[in-house]
Design a protein around this ligand. Structure first.
Ligand code: UDP
Length: 483
């Protein structure tokens, strides 16, 4: 296997770069040479993690290509989805599609053709380039197989086209488990007006790929993976959870995706002083932002719960209303038991600490896998897209989550709801349900630990994801030999 050179091209969004960098480490650990190709800002954000992998002897490097954002009116340096506002969202993806020119230039500059390019599913523009250069191409999916299969079936059975509006309830057809929802909670990533061509490109590039990778593992999603592979007729490997790798590297753990806006050692000392499994950790990932009124309800519930918590509150940096509310004294009132992190948190460092006993999560697929790997039961608060599917998987399929009560994305709410779906009393009740000692909590924690052990075993030699990655590397070696 050594001697193979992989180019990895992640979508420039945290939930996509982080698992791709994990994959780079995993491939390099098998003896491959791996180059993660991304833009300067994203390369800088990930240079510490990649540097640490190199020091550990892995042949991983970052290569920079320009981001064409400014050509489309984006501010200079806005190179990651977490740096653009709603107004610039479409231009951002148009710029992503234009990355083919700088990538082409980069590939031409290489002394030897790479053996394989792994592109994020949201980077279908790599397909033509790979075809031109005869480079085998694999597609990496970053959401769950549950979500991929559900949205695929809804689309092929014509359900999306049949519903009267986005809140009409339906059951997902031909699905391994009962799954009920609506278009608002089963919306595909590019299923928005003006993004239809992106969606078509994604489907076409997937249908012509040399294989598909899904960041999941067979113990929890085997049936969804197999059905999806059969539906697409492509070779498919379940190679995750990628976040279970590299956990012995404290710096890499603390600097995933970006440098944390807090000293990880301080957070660890704070957690060291709390009893095991007593702390609730709260994070909404890199993109989802709560409106000030939602956030104030959440804060009220946390205050009333009287439990220790760590809250990654990125809105404290971006939202003037939240800043004004914070200035009124919440932090001071909870100072003995609440730690606020304003901005990027060392999420895996926190989740892997023994003091953390619950995770209030927006259910991004990476956060979901991180909760699973560390055996931390979840309080689910999905915001959009595949997050509602991760919630269903956590609560209905795996039985390791408690719902907060969010029903639909905030943008789908009727106006009279004024954007609030979970009141402070409901937050307090849900936190108690998740964290109060009793038979339900004991059983949930036992299940979470059992699944965590399976997740780690899947990634170790002899495990299903380890074997899938081996098979994928053999497949690439064979394609390369034929080339
Ligand atoms: N993350 C982090 N610190 C933060 C927020 C997020 O390290 O303060 C990481 C998180 O661990 C996960 C990724 O960013 O690996 C976010 O991906 P996810 O799929 O959970 O959600 P998204 O941000 O794409 O909505």
């Amino acid at each position: 296997m050594s001697g193979l050179h992989f180019l990895l091209v992640p979508l420039v969004a945290q939930g996509h770069i982080i698992p791709m960098v994990d994959l780079a480490r995993l491939l390099a650990a098998r003896g491959a040479r791996v180059t993660v190709v991304t833009t300067p800002v994203n390369a800088a954000r990930n240079s510490a993690v990649v540097g640490s992998a190199r020091r550990a002897g892995l042949d991983v490097e970052l290569a920079e290509i320009a981001f064409p954002g400014p050509e489309l009116g984006l501010p200079e340096g806005a190179e990651n989805l977490d740096m653009v506002d709603e107004e610039h969202d479409l231009a951002f993806f148009q710029a992503v599609w234009k990355m083919d020119a700088p990538l082409e230039e980069y590939v031409r500059s290489l002394p030897r053709r790479p053996d394989c390019l792994v592109a994020d599913a949201c980077n279908p523009w790599t397909a033509a380039l790979c075809a031109r250069h005869g480079i085998p191409r694999l597609v990496l999916h970053c959401p769950s197989a549950y979500f991929l299969l559900a949205t695929h079936n809804l689309s092929t059975h014509g359900v999306y086209g049949r519903v009267a509006d986005e809140l009409e309830t339906f059951e997902v057809p031909d699905f391994p488990v009962r799954a009920v929802g609506n278009k608002a909670t089963f919306r595909g990533f590019f299923q928005w007006p003006h993004k239809e061509s992106f969606q078509r490109d994604v489907a076409e590039a997937e249908a012509t790929a040399d294989g598909l990778l899904i960041n999941t593992f067979r113990d929890i999603e085997g049936v969804f993976v197999d059905r999806y592979a059969a539906a697409l007729g492509r070779k498919t490997w379940a190679i995750g959870p990628t976040c279970a790798s590299g956990l012995d590297d404290a710096d890499a753990k603390a600097g995933r995706g970006n440098r944390a806006d807090v000293d990880a050692d301080l957070v660890v000392s704070w957690l060291d002083a709390r009893p095991p499994s007593s702390v609730l950790y709260i994070s909404f990932g890199s993109i989802a932002h709560l409106a000030a009124k939602e956030l104030i309800q959440l804060a009220g519930g946390l205050e009333a719960s009287r439990r220790p918590f760590v809250w990654a509150i990125k809105e404290a940096r971006s939202d003037a209303d939240v800043q004004a509310w914070l200035a009124e004294g919440f932090e001071n009132r909870v100072k003995d038991r609440g730690l606020l992190i304003r901005g990027w948190a060392p999420l895996v460092t926190i989740l892997s600490h023994a003091a953390v006993g619950g995770f209030l999560t927006h259910c991004g697929w990476n956060a979901t896998l991180e909760a699973i790997v560390h055996g931390v039961p979840a309080l689910t608060w999905p915001n959009f897209s595949d997050q509602f599917s991760s919630e269903r998987l956590l609560v209905d399929v795996l039985n390791i989550g408690v719902r907060s009560g969010v029903k639909v994305p905030a943008m789908s709410l009727p106006e009279e709801a004024e954007g609030v779906q979970v009141t402070s009393a409901e937050v307090e009740k849900a936190v108690a349900e998740l964290m109060d000692e009793g038979p339900a909590r004991t059983a949930r924690r036992a299940r979470a630990r059992e699944i965590a052990a399976k997740a780690k075993a899947a990634m170790e030699e002899g495990g299903s994801s380890y074997a899938d990655l081996t098979d994928m590397i053999h497949h690439v070696a064979e394609l390369s030999r034929k080339n």
